[in-house]
Unconditional design. Sequence first.
Length: 277
Amino acid sequence: MLDVSSLALHMPASLTDTFRLLDLCGVLLNGILGGLIARRKNFDLVGFVVLAMLTATAGGVLRDVMIQAGPPFALTDPYYLYTACAGAVIAWWVPFTSRFAGRFLVVADSVVLGTWAATGASKALSNGLGVMPALLLGCLTAVGGSMIRDVSVGETPAVFGGNKLYAVPALCAAGTAVAVVRVGLPEAYALLAATVVGSGTCLMAYWRSWRLPVAGDRERRRAERLAAGDPTLAARARGLTGLHGGTALSGWRRSLLAHRRVPRPLRRRKPLDVEDL
């Protein structure tokens, strides 16, 4: 049987300091990423600093405000704001356009994602919150800063879809942290395991180009199959059959497809254009 007390005795004393160092490295990295967005938008130095601070600290600030366990940690520890400003200055002077720099940013961002998601989930559990709030705050800590940054520059947040997996690895990391803590292992081991799972999942998503399906994928596949002459889908598009070969589509599906009956796709001489759907 697993002896949790023996594990706690052999836990490295410097592990907490290691995670604090990773946390500050994450602040620096996200400050650089925010600065790179400012460079792409052709902002001045003020824009660099603002986006760097938002990217690096907004997720943690939102987490601490929602937990209501005192002032946000990023505001009480001066190193966080100074480190974010340092990231903005680095992005101001260094364009990070080389292939090596791009790969380094991907790897570092993956490690930071796992670390922040684990930290958010662990902090939620330590303040007496349940599993679902811990998962929510873990994801919010990891991706909240990038979401606020994207909204600030007038763009749709990248985590909303159409990009490589980012929120899902954060959720995996937060779930791992919750599971390890629930088993009874020390918090430091939960942080370590969650960081490995989150960063590994994020790196695999980048490497394999994993994406979640978006709403338009289904319609695109439908258009491609209609263009190939699939009689079943053609009949469904005309409202003659149901999902499993029934007699008619009903409810919202029929109303959704009603406006597509004219012109009928199968009677076109040229392939169906996805933009027509």
